[in-house]
Design a protein around this ligand. Structure first.
Ligand SMILES: *[C@@H]1O[C@H](CO)[C@@H](O)[C@H](O)[C@H]1NC(C)=O
Ligand SMILES: *[C@@H]1O[C@H](CO)[C@@H](O)[C@H](O)[C@H]1NC(C)=O
Ligand SMILES: *[C@@H]1O[C@H](CO)[C@@H](O)[C@H](O)[C@H]1NC(C)=O
Ligand SMILES: *[C@@H]1O[C@H](CO)[C@@H](O)[C@H](O)[C@H]1NC(C)=O
Ligand SMILES: *[C@@H]1O[C@H](CO)[C@@H](O)[C@H](O)[C@H]1NC(C)=O
Ligand SMILES: *[C@@H]1O[C@H](CO)[C@@H](O)[C@H](O)[C@H]1NC(C)=O
Ligand SMILES: [Cu+2]
Length: 841
């Protein structure tokens, strides 16, 4: 926790909690440790067909831009060593991704790569306070480079957002002062007092404000006392039930005053009123919420039957089947091809995702991760987080080989640039193939049985935002299906349980420990999917499955009317939301406007709730009091919009600060524009962008203690080929086996046998008859087989052979030697380095 320090001026929507463990990540220049198999080491170099025009800035580019800005924006008098937000400085740099038309002209045409631009976010002090201001700088830096205000990606009309404070430290000072001023009360009710010397001491107390403020011309904030937690940072399980409401309208934190206190369902105007009440005989104490073994994230000691053996794991003795260009971050796997890139706010995105040579999705990436709580206390009642504000990309820490991802996975480093430094997150994205325990297909016939393995490709990262670890993955299947999936784990943000039967805690969760209630909340995590199904000109339709009553001539005279069902197509003609239909009664399909498959059906991809606990959710709360217009995308499942270069994202991290007038207001994007194209008076080309949500309605129960589990928190959306090709694409790439049980006869031979009785037909040399000849060869073999009356196993795709050598590290990587980080820059939802800037001591 920060020490008490100078005043801070704080306005609306303030987050904070902090306790920052200082960094950092070691020795980035070290060779990545060798992971996985020998086979992987001997892999051939692979070069992407095109360069990655979406790639994050290199360290050199960032350095050049920093230098250039000092000259080009000399009037701002930028400093490398800011002392507060009164100084102007370059806060962070990242790639400004090229406009789609320019990128496509290069990727799918013969143009040169598009002009590369950096996006620079400066902390700028203006007359009415500090701002975060956005600029674009052309690359590479030469005498011709220029800096322009970056406004076109926002819809507020401005390139800047006012930051409500000069220095966030003041907040923490106030929290400490609150706790210190009522030490006698905290000792009496909680058995602890704040330790100003060592704020993180396990027997001390912490006091933070709830992130969202209450608007009242300025700022009112509720603070709550927490215990720090002993081992794993369990503090969000340790709210203490004493709250203080602070009038934070003054510029100077020293002038902030406590307006009232709240404990166990009672409000007290002053600390003395609170003291007096405690002394009365009718004072009712709530149970204490103390740390203890119950918050421990591991049980190292229990030995139930079976724990003496490790579980089965997956190995990859012959190396991967995908091709990876690490430099360009390009992947190719059984018809799928895509570029990977990252950003500090949003983590991993994919670009130009193709299947069998045709584009399916131009861009797929996280936009924002919202969690919104409800509760009958002043903190949980208004708690809400927008996690890109803290940095879903910046907080992507190193993955543990053998656990986060198979030991044989490829691991990629991520870089980001802030305050004139390049930070590297080692091994924070992994890529691997995995074979599911369940099949992709199987079929039993009279004399044969055939099975195909479901092997898929996963690209995974984990973002640790305060109490939660979010695992984000993109999964590719052999049939052309693409899935985006999010899982959450970690400590819930619990509510203090006051055991006051007349309070309404049961409305918001369950009692999960002596002094702790769970606190219901919605996780709504937004992704952009710029669909380009076989090209940019697309149509969205709802294909409904509807009951109907109809009379058929062939039914007469017995049946006059038959109750049955049918398909009805409803085109989506204007920008709108769609919610997942009840009973799965509609299919949402993106069709190409012209391209058809061989059967005359439009080439399409279906968008569908995927695997996980249930249909992905949208926000239950309507017109959220705290969110304003800051995250309207959360209110429905799926949105269909026109794609525009001026609307590249559904949200900006700085929406946190002015939710009632955000720099990206989604309502201005989803504004019912027509999606019809090819019309005379409109040059709209039919390019669609979808925004969709995953997440969960999280009602934590006793099984969320100590941590929420990934398997029950998972949710996903899938993109499934729908008449995209002429038949299932997985047949040509899948690995499996057919067992021929008995070769001859009317059915059940190898494909092509049936009805093909021409004897010796393979002496015909006509090339067109190659297929027939192959069938006959198979048939003769099958006949021979039949005579011997032995089943035959025939494999498609390669198989394992004898003589493999596997080291123990294929099963159990040598940890911690293979782990490069020695400290993680996890925050307890702290402001430092958030989109709002850094603290200055
Ligand atoms: C520019 O910055 C320097 C050093 O930070 C400071 O001494 C000087 O007063 C500043 N000038 C202006 C015009 O802000
Ligand atoms: C992208 O397109 C917008 C709108 O046409 C334009 O204002 C902007 O300058 C373009 N950006 C780049 C990087 O070319
Ligand atoms: C704590 O008490 C001191 C001394 O009375 C007072 O000046 C200060 O404002 C109090 N702090 C808060 C946050 O109320
Ligand atoms: C319990 O809470 C209710 C309102 O939430 C309050 O009126 C009542 O006084 C509380 N009871 C005690 C014993 O604090
Ligand atoms: C939310 O706002 C919309 C539009 O103003 C309104 O129609 C709806 O009734 C509101 N819902 C609630 C619960 O306030
Ligand atoms: C905040 O972040 C900056 C930049 O990374 C760092 O230098 C500073 O020490 C951090 N402050 C705290 C209180 O952790
Ligand atoms: Cu949750």
């Amino acid at each position: 926790m920060a020490t008490i320090s100078r005043p801070a001026y704080v306005l609306s929507a303030i987050l904070v909690f902090a306790i920052l463990t200082f960094i950092l990540l070691p020795n980035f220049n070290a060779e990545p440790p060798s992971l996985g198999t020998q086979a992987k080491k001997g892999r051939k170099e692979y070069t992407a067909p095109k360069q990655n025009v979406f790639a994050e800035l290199t360290a050199k580019e960032a350095e050049d831009v920093n230098e250039f800005l000092f000259e080009d924006l000399a009037h701002l008098n930028l400093t490398k060593t800011p002392k507060s937000n009164r100084d102007n400085f370059v806060f962070y740099l990242e790639t400004l991704r090229p406009n789609k038309t320019d990128a496509l002209a290069y990727l799918h045409g013969s143009s040169e790569p598009p002009q590369r631009w950096a996006k620079a976010i400066l902390s700028e002090y203006r007359d009415d306070g500090p701002y975060m201001a956005h600029y674009m700088v052309s690359l590479p830096i030469t005498s011709k480079s220029k800096t322009l205000p970056l406004t076109y990606v926002f819809n507020s009309g401005s390139n800047a957002v006012r930051i409500p404070t000069l220095d966030f430290d003041g907040l923490f000072g106030v929290g400490q002062s609150i706790a210190a001023n009522i030490s006698d009360i905290t000792l009496e009710l909680l058995g602890a007092e704040i330790n100003l010397e060592k704020p993180e001491a396990p027997d001390g107390l912490l006091c933070w404000p709830r992130p969202a403020g209450i608007e009242r011309g300025g700022q009112v904030m509720w603070f709550q006392i927490f215990k720090p937690g002993i081992a794993s940072g369990a503090r969000t399980l340790l709210p203490q039930g004493i709250y203080a409401k602070v009038d934070a309208n003054s510029l100077f934190a020293e002038e902030w005053t406590v307006e009232e206190y709240y404990y166990n369902g009672q409000l007290y105007d002053t600390a003395d009123d609170f003291r007096a009440a405690i002394k009365k005989s009718d004072f009712v104490r709530a149970p204490r919420n103390d740390d203890g073994p119950w918050t421990a994230t591991e049980d190292f000691d229990s030995q139930p039957d079976g724990r003496e053996l490790p579980p089965p794991v997956s190995v990859q003795p012959y190396g991967p089947r995908y091709k990876l260009d690490r430099k360009q971050q390009f992947v190719s796997w059984f018809g799928f091809e895509f570029f990977i890139t990252t950003a500090q706010a949003t983590g991993v995105s994919l670009f130009d995702v193709k299947f069998k040579g045709e584009r399916v999705v131009y861009e797929l990436g996280l936009q924002e991760a919202l969690s919104h709580y409800a509760g009958d206390d002043p903190v949980q009642g208004g708690l809400e987080f927008l996690d890109t504000f803290l940095g879903m990309g910046k907080l992507m820490f190193e993955l543990i080989p053998g656990y986060d991802c198979p030991a044989y996975a490829d691991f990629l480093d991520v870089q980001w640039h802030q305050l004139y430094e390049t930070n590297t997150l080692p091994n924070s994205i992994c890529l691997f193939e995995y074979t599911s325990d369940s099949l992709l297909s199987r079929h039993t016939a009279q004399y044969s049985v055939t099975t195909s393995r479901n092997t898929y490709l996963t690209l995974r990262s984990t973002s640790t935002v305060g109490n939660y670890d979010y695992t984000v993955e993109y999964i590719f299947y052999l049939d052309g299906t693409l899935e985006v999936k999010v899982r959450a784990s970690g400590f819930i943000f619990g509510a203090f349980y006051s055991a006051n039967s007349s309070k309404t805690e049961d409305l918001y969760g369950h009692h999960v420990n002596e002094g702790l209630a769970s606190s219901m909340h919605d996780h709504v995590i937004n992704f952009k999917a710029d669909m380009d199904v076989a090209g940019t000109a697309n149509d969205m339709v709802r294909l409904a499955i509807e009951p109907m009553t109809k009379s058929y001539p062939w039914d007469l005279p017995e049946i006059k009317q038959r109750n049955t069902m049918r398909l009805v197509e409803y085109p989506v003609t204007e920008e709108t939301f769609l919610d997942w239909p009840r009973n799965g009664g509609e299919m949402y399909i993106v069709y190409n406007s012209e391209e058809k498959n061989s059967w005359g059906e439009r080439k399409g991809y279906r968008v569908v709730p995927g695997t996980g606990i249930a249909s992905p959710p949208h926000l239950t709360i309507e017109n959220s009091t705290t969110l304003g217009d800051g995250a309207r995308w959360a209110e429905h499942d799926l949105w269909v919009l026109r794609r525009k270069d001026t609307e590249p994202r559904s949200a900006d991290p700085l929406n946190y600060f002015n939710p009632h007038d955000p720099i990206i207001d989604f309502t201005k994007m989803a504004n019912h524009e027509s999606l019809q194209h090819g019309e005379e008076d409109d040059d709209y080309d039919g390019d669609l962008t979808l925004y969709l949500n995953v997440g969960s309605h999280h009602v934590p129960h006793s099984g969320d203690i100590p941590n929420t589990l990934m398997h029950t928190s998972a949710s996903s959306v899938m993109f499934i080929p729908h008449n995209f090709l002429d038949r299932d694409a997985s047949r040509e790439s899948v690995q499996g086996v057919r067992l021929q049980l008995k070769g001859n006869g009317a059915s059940g031979g190898f494909p092509g046998d049936i009805g093909d009785t021409r004897p010796g037909g393979d002496d015909d040399d006509d090339d067109n008859n190659e297929d027939l000849k192959a069938r006959l060869r198979r048939r003769r073999r099958a006949t021979a087989l039949d005579k011997e009356r032995r089943p035959e196993a025939k494999y498609f795709g390669a198989t394992y052979e004898e003589g493999m050598k596997l080291g123990v590290e294929e099963f159990e990587p040598v940890l911690p030697q293979q782990y490069r980080s020695y400290e993680n820059r996890v925050t307890d939802l702290g402001f430092n380095g958030s989109a709002a800037g850094v603290w200055f001591k």
